[in-house]
Ligand binder design. Structure first.
Ligand SMILES: *Cc1c(COP(=O)(O)O)cnc(C)c1O
Length: 234
């Protein structure tokens, strides 16, 4: 049965998160498990919600805005995918955190829409840690500069960094990448830039979330291990 399968998947992910925290000498409550529900029906999300999860991640604005009214109101929605400037207005006041800010122009648009609504929008700077051509995000060397520029926009608040590590066979291969992003966040934190916090590190997915936790992730984004494989053809 689908419900049983989802609950068992979640339980096993929970156990793995807890074990990784233990290995790293961290408290379980230092790590937020974001259930990445893209392409999955709201019935699936509801099962995971009923099992106690309150943080959900989506990568498309349209899918996100369609699901929000179908689900309970106390969910923290995370926008984790690439965001186009013309879509910012649909989501600024609906999400807990935008993980994927990688340009000043995008931050500027978020700032404009935030001010229209009289809010401050929490964001992360997406870093392309391995400099992969296929990925969004700023280069490691550019991150501090971008934080400084965005810090002047008072309708947004930088809460930390996000990265999507390479798709590797063995999770261990990404340890150095996660370590590098943690170092970068400590480095930026030391600058004490006004309006910039480095308390969130969003890194780790199905294939590598345990290593990410060991290297300091505060938010892991887990899809497949909870909901199963995605089918993009339907
Ligand atoms: C899809 C997605 C995830 C989840 O990936 P899984 O490998 O299914 O856990 C995490 N982060 C981002 C940005 C994604 O787009």
């Amino acid at each position: 049965m689908r419900e049983t399968e989802l609950k068992e998947n979640l339980k096993s992910v929970e156990t793995r998160v807890t074990e990784a925290c233990k290995r790293a000498g961290r408290n379980r409550d230092e790590v937020t498990l974001i259930a990445v529900s893209k392409t999955k029906p709201v019935e699936d999300l509801q099962v995971i919600y009923d099992s106690g999860i309150r943080s959900f991640g989506e990568n498309k604005v349209q899918e996100l805005t369609a699901k929000i009214p179908e689900m309970p109101e106390d969910i923290d929605w995370h926008l984790i995918g690439h965001l186009q400037r013309n879509k910012v207005k649909y989501i600024v006041d609906k999400v807990k955190l935008i993980h994927s800010v990688d340009s000043y122009r995008l931050a500027e648009e978020i700032n404009i829409q935030a001010k229209k609504k009289g809010i401050v929008v929490p964001i992360l700077i997406e870093v392309n840690a391995a400099n992969e051509a296929s990925k969004f995000g700023v280069r490691v060397e550019e991150a501090k500069q971008l934080c400084t520029e965005i810090s002047h926009l008072d309708g947004v608040h930088i809460m930390g960094l996000m990265t999507i590590a390479p798709n590797v066979v063995v999770a261990e291969e990404n340890r150095a990448i996660f370590h590098k992003i943690k170092d970068l966040s400590v480095d930026i934190d030391k600058e004490n830039i006004d309006n910039v916090d480095m308390r969130i590190l969003s890194m780790g997915m199905t294939n590598d979330f345990e290593v990410a936790i060991e290297e300091g992730a505060t938010h892991v984004r887990v899809g497949t291990a909870i909901f199963g494989e995605r089918n993009y053809n339907i």
